[in-house]
Design a protein around this ligand. Structure first.
Ligand code: 5GP
Length: 366
């Protein structure tokens, strides 16, 4: 018999972090945003656990460089050629310890070859980081490929996903260091509409972190970040890392095309309606028809598109958002008495709410 799990599964918009008395800090400057990550398979990395999504629009070298320069983590998408990645590795003027190169399941032989070529030709080393990305890590060959990648790269930090249940985490952590959790939450995602599948992020983080941490694994909460405050929520819930795409999509640094649109306003000057210009950037899901046409020679006839193509408002310099992230996380720490990001989950009290934001003047914002 089909069963319905009792209890409500919650998303970021269903909760808030309750401020409280504790060892509160006098200034956000006193908060340590850097965390030392000791990974299950031996490596150590230090940084603020925020990643850009490994998507063609925001998993580009420009976005990655800015996150790395801010002491965060970064991915490069899997559609870069060996030479393009090699050029970046040799010319980037940021530390590359926290950079993850993405590989997929579909062309795994070619992708492994690419990593070997980067090692022999461009100085990438086997102790660097790999992200194995699949929309659905439940297919049996995903685990086989993960085991094979671990075998070929025993000293790498390996992040793998995506999944949306705790049951698969232990198996994956035999080979992976970080499990990428989140199905259906992304802003360019259609999986929930097309398949009915998905799990809200808050409950998913709680379930997966509990299992992963019991065996010294880590998790990365991927998708669904709407406001930078959601990143603090994820850390308070015990997620080690957060991955986001949409919040970086409108920036100068994203790879999406810039789109100029002209709107007629209600204002009349000299008998003519005033026209205003607004700018947007293209953002598309990696399972969208657009991405399938661009990278896979079209949509296969047995598939439905699980992603969409969007035009998101242009937001300018990415550093503004990165500053908001650092400032937002530091401020959250001062509200809950956490001296560092590492302590957020220990200090946080989470409340379930019906209404998290006051949106009364939202449509008037400039
Ligand atoms: P966002 O931060 O925009 O809410 O979510 C980014 C995440 O959405 C990505 O890291 C990835 O996990 C997911 N994603 C990207 N493209 C697609 C897609 O086409 N379909 C689905 N279902 N998820 C996608």
């Amino acid at each position: 018999m089909t069963q319905i799990l009792s209890g409500v599964y919650l998303d970021y918009s269903d909760i808030l972090i309750r401020p409280k008395m504790g060892i509160n800090l006098n200034s956000r400057r006193d908060v340590n945003l850097q965390r030392v990550f000791k990974f299950k398979h031996g490596q150590t990395r230090t940084g603020l656990g925020v990643f850009n999504a490994n998507m063609a629009t925001v998993g580009n070298t420009d976005v990655a460089s800015h996150l790395l320069a801010r002491g965060m983590f970064a991915t490069l998408h899997k559609h870069y050629s060996t030479d393009e990645i090699g050029h970046f590795l040799q010319n980037a003027n940021v530390p590359l310890d926290n950079l993850f190169l993405t590989i997929g399941l579909k062309n795994i032989d070619d992708d492994i070859q690419k990593l070997h070529a980067l090692e022999s030709e461009y100085g990438w080393t086997k102790s660097q980081n790999i992200c194995i990305d699949a929309p659905n890590f439940y297919i049996p060959k995903a685990l086989e490929i993960l085991a094979r990648v671990r075998d070929e790269f025993p000293n790498s930090v390996i992040m793998a996903g995506n999944i949306a249940s705790p049951d698969i985490c232990l198996k994956m952590l035999d080979y992976a260091d970080v499990i990428k959790c989140g199905i259906g939450s992304g802003s360019a995602c259609l999986t929930r509409r097309q398949t009915g599948c998905g799990v809200p992020m808050v409950s998913l983080i709680l379930e997966c972190a509990d299992v992963a941490h019991s065996v010294s694994g880590h998790i990365c909460a991927d998708g669904g970040i709407v406001d930078v405050g959601d990143i603090s929520k994820a850390f308070c819930l015990n997620s080690d890392f957060v991955m986001a795409g949409g919040i970086f999509a409108g920036t100068d640094e994203s790879a999406g095309d810039i789109i100029e649109k002209h709107f007629q306003t209600n204002e009349i000057v000299d008998g003519h309606p005033v026209v205003c210009v607004k700018y947007f950037k293209q953002y598309y899901g990696m399972s969208s028809e657009y991405a399938n046409n661009k990278f896979a020679g079209g949509m296969a006839d047995y598939k439905t598109s699980e992603g969409r193509e969007l035009q998101v408002p242009y937001t300018g310099d990415i550093d503004k958002i990165l500053q908001d992230i650092c400032g937002g996380v530091a401020s959250c720490c001062t509200y809950i008495g956490a001296a560092s990001v590492k302590h957020m989950s220990k200090c946080a009290t989470i409340i379930q709410v019906h209404n998290q934001l006051n949106k009364v003047f939202e449509k008037y914002s400039v």
